[in-house]
Each structure stands twice: as C-alpha cells, then as structure tokens.
Design a protein. Structure first.
Lengths: 331, 317
C-alpha cells in the first residue's frame, strides 16, 4: 500500500508542477497590458511621470525581467507563501484578497454540496424501492440536473427576490450594513446567502438522487442480493447491503465535488453578485490582474489535487476490494 | 416422501404473453434421494429449481402444489416462504462465484444470515468450522472477503453456507458448470458426502451434464418443453431409457471406449417448441421418430416400474 501512495504522491506532484506552470503562462498569454491599464485608470497624462510610474509598477510586479526570470521568481515566491500584489485591488496582497472572498464561497458551497449529497442519496435510495416515489423523484431529478445553473439562479432571483420579495437578489450583505459580529448582520448574511445556496443545492440534488437510485437498483439485482433472498434474508438486511455498496461510488464522487469547492460557483456568484471566489476570478480576468488570477487558480489547483488525493484514500479505506487489491490478497 | 410436487405450473410474464416454463410438472422425491434434473436449455430445469425456493419477479405461480415434509410450500407467498428458506429449502446457485457480498467479510455475512433466522453465530460456529474443514477450507476464510478466495474456494464456501441449517431439500443449480473437470468431480462428491452426513435430506441437482449427474444421482428426471418426460433410477435412464426423447438424448452422448472415427454423433433434429404457445398433445411429437396420430393427444404418465415413469403413448407398463 505504501508503494501505491508513493506513486500517487509522485503523480500529484508532477500534476501540481504542470498546473502551476500553466497557471503562470495563461494570464501572460491574455491580450492587453495590465500596467498600461492601471496607468490609464490613474489618469496619468504627463508622459514623464507616466514613464516613471510605469517603471515603478513594472519593478513592483516583477515584470521588468525576462520571462524565464519571472517564472523562477514566481516559484521562489510561491514557496515563501507570497502570491504577489493584486493589480485590481492595489495595493492589497493577493493572499488577503483571496482570503477575504474564501469564507463566502465556502459558506455557499460546502453546505449545498454536503446537504444535496445527504438528501439526494436518501431520496435516491428510497426511490429505488418505491414505485410511487420513483415515478416522482426520477422525473423531477432529471429536470433539476438538466437545468442550467444560471437559468435556475435567475429564475430563483426573480421569483424569490422580485415577485415575492422575500430575499435580496444581490450581494453578500446589504450595502447599508458594515460587517460586524451582530445579530442583524448575521440575519442579513443568511438572507443573502439563501437564494444562491438554494440554486446550487437543487441542481446538485437531482444528480445525486438519480445516481443513487441507479446504483441501488443495480445492487438489488446483483447475484449476491438474489442469493441472500433465496436464503430468506429479510428485506431490511438486503437493503442495508445494497445501500452500503451503492454508497461507495457516491463517496468518491463527493470527494471529487468537494475538490472544486474552492473554485467557487462562478456563474451562480455572478448572477447573485455574491462576493466569493467566483466573482473575484471574474473581476481578475476583466482587469487583467495576473497575480490575483494566478492566486485563485492556485487555490483551485491545490483544492482539486488535495480532494482527489482524499478520494483515493477514502476509496481505499471504505472498499475492501481496492484495499485488498493493493495489498495483494492471499490465495 | 420428502417432496411431492403436483401439477406445478409456473409462467413467465412477457410482453407477448405468458411463457409456460413449467406446465404441469409432477414428481416425488424420497428421503435421502439425490435426483438429477436434466434436459436441453430452456426446458424448465432452472425454473423448477427456482420455483421451489424463490420465484423471481417475472415468474408467476399459476397452479399446482409442492409439499415438503408434509407441509405445503407457500410458493406464491414470498413472505411466508421466507420462514422455510434456508431452514427447510436451500439452494446452491448457478453463480457461486458472485453469490457473496463483495464488501463484507464472509464470517460477518454468515452471521448476518444466521441472525435473520434467529440463530446465534457463536453457537453455530464450531459446526461451521468443522464443515469448512470437511471441504478443505480453513477457519481463516471467515475473516476474508470473497475476492480473496479462488473460484473453487468460493464454490465450496457457498456449499457449506447454503447447507448450514441442515435443510430438508437442497437445490444445486448447475453447480459444476463454471468449474474445471477435477473441481467438478470434487464438488459432485461433496454433494454426495453432504447427503451421507445428513447435512441435507434430499437434493435436486439441476444440470445438463448427464455423465456427471449419473455418477452421483440416485434417480434422474428428464424434462422437455416445461414438462416431465421420464423419471427413473439413474441406471435405467442411462442404460435403458423408455421415452423416445430420453433415448435420443442419451444417444447423443459419446461413449467412452468407442472409436467414432469419421462417424458423427447423433443429434436430435429440430428445435424444442416455443413455450409461448406450446403445441397440444405430446410436445416432442414434431421431432419424434415414433410419432403417430395418437400423439396429438396429451400422453399419459405410464408407470413402467415402481420407480420408473415415462409420459409417452408408445411405452407400456
């Protein structure tokens, strides 16, 4: 098993290296010049001071050295935990900008992914053994998964925010409030959080429910189920076995889903103008903020790799077939 | 008599109508009898085996009874049947290789199944271990997952598991099909040993391997198109069969020691009839060399000897 994990770690290491390299390259391949943009934003008309500012910024962002030097500097800074300075939110550091947005994204995605996973698996497993439930859960599930995120988000914002007026349609909290550990602010946060959460929850729910239903049905038709039933095992036991085995792929599916958590739900956050990582990424792209974009992508890469690795570990732990395959079962 | 089946009718539901897989099957099984059940594919062998323990979703019990040890088997009532399964009737399935839950240790699986029958695993365990040793498995397999066992080991494990509660009737459904020849022999001998040691009272061995079943069975029953055509002691079926179908079936087997050279083995011309709309009268009629006008009527079950029945107009008692 040690060999397996060493090999996995090596593969993840290589993937990380390549991802970081691409991460470095992509913003620089985008058309446009971020410093020129900054200068024009600051409306510096005097050519001399413009030139001075330019060299100052180039030096500050490390753009005044050849590309290969930039690349090496990038790696060096990375290992010191320095992600550079944001251009769009100048002069805040990339780390602080990302860390400001991260709680919003996590608060939005973690509950929606986890809850939809629990509820979806429960619904799916029940649908697998109940004709009536199956005939309702399945079509609704298909409808939910097939719905595009942004369309549902717009629909929810329209009904919940405009028509019913129960929820605000944009922002992480009211513009009238300042972040403070008060009850009013917390209620306001939850109100803003609810609609984006609901849209993500509903779309993911259908997928989990359909997947679980199919997996359970497959298990209930397997040979071992037949054998148990022929030996007069009670329905409860048969279902327990089927449910446990059907859960295995769902567990690794959850781990993979959690991997993209840090990437945020760009489209949902954009629709609701929610101040998470997704919105931040959009801003970074629009403002050609190399460093911020790199920082966010790095977070995503690390998240995906980490949770993929976690999925590998979890799968080995929960499924004896994988575990024994690695140990080399006795014959 | 351990098992008495009377006029059993089981149909399969299909889009085009009912397929009459079992159409009036009657036979008896003595205490301690091992009966080989043979016939072509699709003649109803497996359906008969399944009907006696658990109908699957597409099967429908249309009529007839099966009485085991003086008590009728509630074939139609899945819940009531549960009390008899494993305790009184048990099965070694066709798919022994995949019969055990792959993610549960074999010992735990056994404990779960026993608990469902109100038995304590701890009390049964000494006997279980004794039986495992009897088939050449060590106690350690109970701590293994099924994937850690070889195919032959899994087969033997399932054999021990299925017979753990000393059922009165055991259905062995094509148990040797997936094994190599030496394993086939070992499995067949184990079945006989289980009967001799009293683990099972009587046994139905479903197979299409007549030569294998001849070695272990006391009697052989031949089925054709959902009906019983002949039942007799194994020797009689192999050496002096009465029904033309049995004769043709035996005639198609190669004999050891004979030089066939360029000669081809005899096969039975034609195909078995569709069971969606079976022909009236004798179902073998279309392929039978002895067929005559009378065969358009349902043939009687002729008692040729005490333990020999054949359904044909041409045989005489």
């Amino acid at each position: 098993m040690g060999r397996y994990f060493r090999r996995k770690l090596l593969i993840y290491g290589i993937t990380f290296f390549i991802a970081v390299t691409i991460n470095f390259a992509i913003p620089r391949l985008m058309p446009g010049d971020p410093v020129a943009r900054m200068l024009s934003r600051n409306a510096v008309s005097n050519p001399e001071s413009s030139e001075a500012l330019r060299s100052y910024f180039d030096n500050l962002f490390g753009l005044d050295v050849p590309m290969w030097q930039q690349y090496l500097n990038y790696w060096g800074a990375l290992f010191q935990g320095d992600l550079g300075v944001s251009i769009f939110a100048f002069p805040s550091s990339v780390s602080s900008v990302v860390l400001d947005a991260l709680p919003y994204t996590l608060a939005l995605l973690l509950p929606s992914i986890l809850l939809s996973w629990f509820v979806g698996n429960g619904l799916g497993a029940m649908a697998a053994r109940n004709k009536l439930l199956d005939n309702t859960v399945l079509p609704i599930g298909y409808l939910f998964t097939a719905v595009p995120y942004m369309w549902l988000a717009i629909l929810l914002a329209w009904t919940g925010g405009i028509i019913l007026g129960w929820f605000p349609v944009a922002g992480g909290y009211s513009f009238a409030l300042l972040p403070a550990p008060t009850w009013t602010f917390f209620v306001d946060l939850v109100q803003h959080w609810f609609l984006p959460f609901l849209s993500l929850f509903v779309v993911a729910l259908g997928g989990w429910a359909i997947g679980m239903r199919n997996l359970v049905i497959y298990e209930l038709e397997s040979d071992y189920t037949n054998y148990m039933q022929a030996l007069g095992a009670p329905q409860r036991l048969v279902r327990r076995y089927a449910f446990r085995n059907a859960m295995l792929p769902q567990i690794s599916g959850l781990a993979l889903q959690l991997g993209v958590v840090v990437g945020g739900a760009l489209v949902t956050e954009a629709v609701f103008a929610y101040p998470g990582l997704g919105s931040l990424m959009l801003n970074a792209i629009q403002n050609q903020d190399f460093f911020l974009l790199q920082g966010i992508l790095l977070f995503i890469v690390i998240g995906v790799l980490l949770f993929n690795f976690l999925a590998d570990v979890v799968y080995v732990l929960v499924d004896p077939r994988t575990r024994l395959g690695l140990e080399g079962g006795q014959s | 008599m351990a098992l008495q089946v009377e006029d059993l009718r089981v149909h399969y539901r299909t889009m085009r109508g009912d397929v009459r897989a079992l159409d009036g099957v009657s036979f008896g099984l003595e205490d301690g009898e091992i009966m080989g059940l043979a016939g072509e594919s699709g003649c109803g062998k497996t359906t008969l085996g399944k009907s006696l323990i658990r109908l699957d979703g597409r099967m429908r019990h249309v009529g007839g009874t099966a009485v085991l040890d003086g008590e009728e088997l509630p074939i139609n009532d899945d819940k009531a049947m549960n009390a008899r399964r494993f305790n009184d009737v048990s099965i070694i399935p066709q798919y022994s290789m995949s019969a055990m839950n792959p993610t549960r240790k074999i010992g735990k699986l056994t404990a779960d199944l026993l608990r469902a029958k109100g038995k304590s695993y701890r009390e049964v365990k000494p006997e279980l271990v004794r039986r495992l040793e009897l088939v050449g498995l060590s106690e350690k397999v109970l701590d293994n997952y099924p994937i850690e066992l070889s195919g032959g080991m899994k087969q033997r494990m399932v054999m021990v598991l299925s017979t753990l509660l000393d059922p009165s009737l055991l259905i062995a459904d094509e148990v040797t099909s997936a094994l190599d020849v030496s394993n086939q022999k070992a499995v067949a001998e184990t079945l006989v040993r289980f009967r001799d040691l009293g683990f099972v009272k009587s046994m139905i061995v479903v197979t299409h391997d007549l030569s294998l079943v001849y070695q272990i069975a006391d009697t052989i029953m031949i089925m054709y198109a959902g009906q019983v055509v002949e039942k007799a002691p194994a020797d009689t079926i192999i050496k002096s069969p009465s029904h033309p179908y049995t004769q043709a079936l035996i005639g198609a087997l190669p004999e050891v020691g004979l030089e066939y050279g360029d000669k081809r083995l005899k096969s039975i011309p034609g195909k078995p009839p569709q069971l969606l709309n079976p022909p009236t009268g004798c179902r073998f009629r279309a392929r039978c060399p002895l067929a005559h006008d009378r065969c358009a009527e349902e043939p009687p079950a002729v008692q040729i000897a005490d333990d020999h029945v054949a359904s044909c107009w041409k045989v005489e008692s």
